[in-house]
Design a protein around this ligand. Structure first.
Ligand SMILES: [Zn+2]
Length: 246
């Protein structure tokens, strides 16, 4: 890409009030690990690659299936049966060849989190199992990395920025709350626009963190109810019952 092409490509970023070339360079220097390449991860990857994030590490053990296509539109009918991380790599490269994609065709487990996350500046939790979320949050806390966690099921979703600060609450503090019961797409179905909405909120938080163009609302759980077009916010505090950080 020539300098002229670079300015032209990102020209609408530079028209933003508080966004200049240094912010674009910060995105280009950033390495992000996305754990889970379903509805959340695939949407987030598309937006991040398009915005000019330099490196994306994609982690998923799954293959593209027919039932993914109504909301995971990075994938095509021809890619059914292919590993998601390689299918996504092909599609993302067509949008922005300057983005380096590192595919990890594996389930994220404690034993391999260092391998897939160590070089990342921040982590996106786009998984669909509570066990993996907790393991990822425990790892993020251990190595002081920022974690942007999203989940969606049915007509609702939630997103939270978990601070790398050792005193800040973690995902375990949230799941230790009695009232907190995450739903799953397999049990509750999923309305496609909801999962895309949540993924893009994760991206906003992440981009604010990387560039500093706006403050990150750390430790605030944002809950979206799509049937009421309603967002509610709750402040998360360290939970004495948390088995990860207390
Ligand atoms: Zn905790």
């Amino acid at each position: 890409m020539t300098d002229q092409q670079w300015y032209s490509r990102y020209s609408r970023h530079f028209l933003l009030n508080n966004f200049d070339e240094t912010h674009q360079h910060k995105l280009a220097s950033a390495s992000i690990t996305i754990v889970g390449m379903g509805g959340l991860g695939s949407m987030a990857a598309q937006q991040l690659a398009a915005m000019g994030v330099g490196t994306l590490n994609l982690v998923d053990h799954d293959t593209v299936s027919l039932s993914n296509l109504p909301r995971q539109f990075i994938y095509t009918q021809r890619q059914i049966g292919q590993p998601k991380v390689y299918a996504a790599q092909q599609q993302l490269a067509q949008n922005n060849s300057a983005c380096t994609i590192n595919p990890f065709e594996q389930r994220a487990v404690p034993d391999n989190l260092a391998e897939v996350c160590d070089t990342a500046d921040a982590l996106l939790d786009c998984t669909d199992t509570v066990t993996t979320r907790l393991q990822l949050s425990a790892y993020a806390r251990q190595v002081n990395k920022a974690l942007f966690s999203g989940s969606a099921a049915g007509f609702s979703g939630q997103v939270i920025a978990i601070s790398p600060h050792p005193e800040a609450p973690c995902y375990g503090c949230l799941s230790a709350l009695n009232a907190y019961e995450p739903q799953t797409c397999l049990a509750n179905g999923i309305f496609g626009p909801v999962v895309s909405t949540i993924a893009l909120y994760q991206v906003m938080l992440l981009v604010y963190f990387i560039t500093g163009i706006a403050p990150v609302p750390w430790s605030t759980l944002h809950c979206f109810d799509a049937t009421k077009f309603n967002w509610r916010a709750f402040t998360l505090t360290p939970n004495p019952q948390c088995r990860l950080c207390q």
